[in-house]
Design a protein around this ligand. Structure first.
Ligand code: NAD
Length: 458
């Protein structure tokens, strides 16, 4: 455990085995933190809070720049670790899993220095002050990004943090703690407790010394954490699931829209909450789109361009959805439920056609390399289908021109929309409408999550 500025032994003797999903071998053990460890970490964070909150933003920014630099210096080690515990192919581990968090950490270093922590309105000065001690609970799908997207803005705001990372990917979180140590954050400002969700995670979420819980993961656990936070009247941020729509309007560059759409789902073996897992195509272009998707997905060879799923449970869940899609009458165009390789938690990249909006594979988050292609009659029908799930995290619209795509995107109930292939922007707020969550991460909006206001009247 990394608590109060030092590595120390866990209070208990329990351990969590870390498995390489590509060959199913145990590669490491980490301690399973108990309530005692969580309590020690929260106490350290509370003790460090007044000093860190009072540290001038420019000084906090200097620490965050040092953190960014420490992560950048460790990119090779981070990429190798993400490959080992998540199974991401090395080029993806380098570019996405190790590279993107450096950019995000850098963005918060800059924001810490430039963010207006004070504003004037009428006869008042409004102070934007840190919320306090943050309990951060992260998932395994982007092991470092998820950590950086919570810890960096919290520290920029002047909060102190206790991180409980996912059971499947604790080694990357440990590298983050080493980088935080190298950044010479004052003792207790950042703390790490590895452990299971029901023990360490739940204790952290319930702890009276935690002012805010920031959670990313499943809707089931998010709902529970939201209820706990509600009962305790504490701040909560939830980044949950998605079933995002890739809407291809008539007149769009069909080949590009389908190719980018398939790539978007295959990235990270489909384990991306914002993945465009529903492709919506006009009936006149439908057959052509299905053929293009089948052709595009053939390039994603398991064990080469596409990695395994994170664990056996996730593999079974995804295979179960593929079987359900077949049973519900969808047409299997590529892939299927059988294992593509003799070892490792691999699933065949799968494309379903003739998917109708009420099917489970059109409604529920699968979290695997599975694309569902739905047919629409006209724009109103496309909008109804796009908005017809409980989720609203991301999406895409392709049209003959940006104006047409934007007009459609304005009517979508979702937190992010990429217009005609727009690129990822680390400063754009990211988060959900409807049951995809509460709150926003990244950029100035992401920093604001960790602030509360105090008005002074003159
Ligand atoms: P999960 O919600 O169980 O785990 C996420 C984090 O919450 C982990 O750190 C876990 O230890 C912790 N946790 C679990 N139970 C807890 C509890 N009772 N109290 C506090 N913390 C707890 O997610 P999972 O089982 O790893 O994945 C299941 C599904 O969740 C996936 O198939 C996918 O649909 C979804 N998911 C979404 C995201 C996302 O980015 N939104 C990420 C991972 C998984």
């Amino acid at each position: 455990m990394y608590i109060d500025g030092a590595w120390r032994p866990a209070a208990g003797t329990g351990a969590i085995a870390v498995v390489d999903p590509a060959d199913e071998r145990v590669i490491a053990q980490v301690p399973a933190g108990t309530a005692e460890d969580v309590d020690a970490a929260v106490r350290a964070a509370r003790a460090a809070l007044p000093g860190w909150a009072a540290t001038p933003p420019a000084e906090r920014a200097a620490h965050l720049t040092a953190l960014r630099d420490a992560l950048a210096a460790r990119q090779d080690e981070i990429a190798a670790t993400v490959t080992a515990e998540l199974g991401a192919p090395p080029p993806v581990a380098h570019a996405v899993h190790a590279g993107m968090p450096v950019v995000v950490a850098g963005s918060f270093a800059e924001l810490a220095a430039t963010y207006p922590f004070e504003e004037r309105t009428g006869n008042s000065t409004v102070l934007l002050e840190p919320v306090g001690v943050v309990g951060a609970i992260t998932p395994w799908n982007y092991p470092l990004h998820q950590v950086v997207a919570k810890v960096s803005p919290a520290l920029a705001a002047g909060c102190t943090v206790v991180l409980k990372p996912a059971e499947d990917t604790p080694l990357t979180a440990r590298l983050f703690a080493e980088a935080a140590h190298e950044a010479e954050l004052p003792a207790g400002v950042f703390n790490l407790v590895t452990g299971t969700g029901p023990v360490a995670g739940q204790t952290l979420a319930e702890h009276g010394g935690v002012d805010m819980v920031s959670f990313t993961g499943s809707t089931a656990v998010g709902r529970r954490i939201g209820a706990l936070a509600g009962a305790a009247v504490k701040r909560v941020a939830l980044e949950l699931g998605g079933k995002s729509a890739n809407v291809i309007l008539p007149g769009a560059d069909l080949a590009r829209a389908v190719g980018v759409g398939v790539a978007n789902v295959m990235a990270n073996s489909g384990q991306t909450c914002s993945a465009w897992t529903r492709m919506l195509v006009h009936r006149d272009s439908y057959d052509e789109a299905v053929a293009l998707a089948a052709e595009a997905v053939a390039k994603y060879v398991p064990g080469e361009r596409v990695g395994p799923l994170v664990n056996a449970g996730q593999r079974e869940r995804v295979r179960g959805y593929i079987e359900r899609g077949i049973a519900e009458g969808a047409r299997l165009v590529a892939g299927g439920p059988d294992a593509p390789l003799p070892a490792g938690y691999y699933v065949r990249p799968t494309v379903f056609a003739d998917v109708t909006p009420e099917m489970a594979i059109a409604q529920e988050e699968i979290f695997g390399p599975v694309v569902s292609i739905l047919r629409y009659e006209d724009e109103e029908d496309a909008l109804r289908i796009a908005n017809g799930t409980v989720y609203g995290l991301a999406g895409a619209v392709w049209a003959a021109d940006d104006e047409t795509a934007v007009a459609f995107a304005r009517r979508m109930d979702t937190g992010q929309v990429d217009i005609n292939g727009g690129r990822f922007n680390p400063l754009a707020p990211f988060g959900g409408y409807k049951q995809s969550g509460v709150g926003r991460e990244l950029g100035a909006h992401g920093l604001a999550e960790y602030l509360q206001t105090k008005s002074l009247q003159f």
